[in-house]
Design a protein around this ligand. Structure first.
Ligand code: AMP
Ligand code: MG
Length: 489
């Protein structure tokens, strides 16, 4: 049975379906569940425009039907993607258990974006799950992914959230919802683990060629495109995780199925931004051993990269030993790219526009002092930006500030240039956990989207300190120490 299709209207849908042209082992064609009374909760007008969609036409017409999965946009060919993944270190066969790829929207400038519904019903990959999603977690992904985008961190984006009008059952009955996710692609490390794991070399090759066409087209004519792909992914992921570290972002569930080939952040489940700086910070209720703690993220990304490399081995060289050697050097290269990206970002956060040998020690020593005294990560860098001082009398903090000012004022760049760089590197507004929770509470329990929209507006301009966003820039309440995030999405 085919889903009803929206007419090729003024909405602007312009689908291509290249994923559906890949070998059939990589996906299952699947329709969305039907919902009796879907209603639009939020639509991202700026993103709609980027995609070539008319948000006003959508809002007046098909939005609730299309973004709930009841009606397929013209040209969509819904499918559930197959993938595997190492979850907390252990290999599992997974796949889209509650998501559907509708196809690729070609924007007016020719850019290609995956359009995915999340929470759209069961698929052959649902295992024991219900294929559904609750409103709170989908609004959470919308808010945090859009905040990450505004911070300049590569991420999937959120086009819409629709309430299905039906309950989903978790610990209690919750309002059901569907999120429309937009991504450079949904290719994951786990997609390659799957293609390797099924033992079908042509499928693996087709997938790798597809990834290269989509993300690294220039590699196609090189001597070893697959080794090139590994290096390119290593570089993107190293840069991405460095940006997470600069923002105090903790992904929370860096399983290999949640690591993209594009280098975008994906799957906002138990993620959170750190308040007080400590490398051991973990918020996720299911990460009781701290595998995905803040300070572990670079090492985990490299571990995940090794899983990607293993899947690519048969393509990298015919001779296994040669393939392993080449892959190992790519995995090692991750560390250098990460260290460099991290240090460059820390220099910007400290207003250092040239490079000096002691800069790493300067950055490390600030973090050590912040850790000693439990200082807030975001507020500390913002204080240095706005007041050029941290009001904290401890001798190590005072000594560090003297060092920093000498280094900063001794550089060729002017102090004004240094401060301008800092204002672009140190956000004033981040999606603090208590702010996110309050906005979601109002949206889910009171049906009041105003707090969500106000917070969203503040997060859209994270580097500005204005009277309007003052309440979002304040120190978090002390109760935040025990904050827990849940995968129960
Ligand atoms: P995640 O933790 O969101 O990255 O999901 C891990 C795996 O569990 C993926 O294969 C998901 O599709 C699947 N999954 C998560 N929630 C559900 C659900 N409610 N129903 C079916 N599958 C789910
Ligand atoms: Mg996932």
């Amino acid at each position: 049975m085919r889903e009803p299709m929206s007419s090729p209207s003024r909405t602007g849908w312009n689908f291509d379906n290249t994923y559906a042209g890949l070998p059939e082992r990589l996906y299952v064609r699947q329709n969305a569940a039907r919902h009796a009374a879907p209603s639009l909760v939020i639509l991202n007008h700026a993103l709609a425009q980027r995609l070539g969609l008319d948000a006003d036409v959508l809002e007046r017409g098909e939005a609730a039907d299309v973004f709930s999965g009841n009606v397929m946009p013209a040209g969509a060919q819904p499918l559930a993607q197959a993938y595997a993944g190492h979850q907390f270190g252990f290999f599992n066969m997974l796949g889209d258990g509650r998501a559907l790829l509708l196809g690729e929207q070609i924007a007016p400038d020719g850019a290609r974006f995956d359009i995915q519904l999340k929470g759209s019903g069961v698929t052959p990959f649902s295992r024991r799950g219900d294929g559904k999603a609750a409103l709170g977690p989908m609004l959470r992904e919308y808010l945090v992914s859009e905040a990450m985008h505004a911070l300049g961190i590569p991420t999937t984006r959120s086009l819409a959230v629709v309430k299905t009008g039906e309950p989903v059952y978790r610990d209690t009955a919750l309002p059901g919802a569907v999120l429309t996710r937009v991504a450079a692609s949904h290719l994951r490390v786990g997609t390659f683990e799957y293609a390797y794991g099924i033992g079908a070399p042509p499928v693996l090759k087709a997938l790798a060629d597809y990834a290269i066409r989509r993300h690294d087209a220039a590699l196609a004519d090189t001597q070893n495109p697959y080794l090139g792909l590994l290096h390119a992914v290593a570089e993107r992921q190293a840069r991405l995780v460095a940006q997470w570290m600069h923002a105090g972002f903790i992904h929370g569930v860096m399983n290999t199925d949640n690591m993209t080939i594009s280098g975008e952040t994906i799957d906002y489940g138990p993620c959170a931004f750190m308040d007080a700086y400590h490398p051991d910070t973990v918020f996720s209720s299911i990460d009781n051993r701290g595998r995905y703690a803040y300070g572990n993220q670079p090492a985990i990304a490299q571990w995940n990269l090794a899983r990607f490399a293993e899947a690519l081995l048969p393509l990298i060289a015919d001779d296994q030993e040669t393939a392993v050697q080449l892959a190992a050097s790519a995995i090692q290269a991750f560390s250098g790219v990460y260290e460099q990206a991290w240090l460059e970002g820390m220099r910007r956060k400290l207003g250092l526009l040239d490079a000096q040998p002691d800069d790493k020690a300067l950055a490390d020593d600030l973090l050590a002092a912040m850790q000693n005294h439990g200082l807030d990560f975001t507020l500390t860098f913002r204080a240095l930006t706005e007041r050029q001082t941290v009001d904290y009398a401890a001798p190590d903090m005072q000594a560090w500030q003297t060092r920093w000012k000498m280094r900063r004022d001794g550089q060729p760049a002017s102090r004004e240039q240094a401060l301008a760089a800092m204002r672009q590197a140190n956000p004033a507004v981040i999606p603090r956990n208590y702010l996110v929770e309050a906005a979601l509470d109002a949206a889910v329990n009171d049906g009041d989207m105003e707090p969500f929209k106000r917070l969203h507006a503040a997060l859209a301009r994270p580097f500005e300190a204005t009277p309007e966003n003052a309440r979002y820039r304040a120190a978090p309440p002390p109760a935040q120490q025990a904050y827990r995030t849940y995968c129960g999405t």
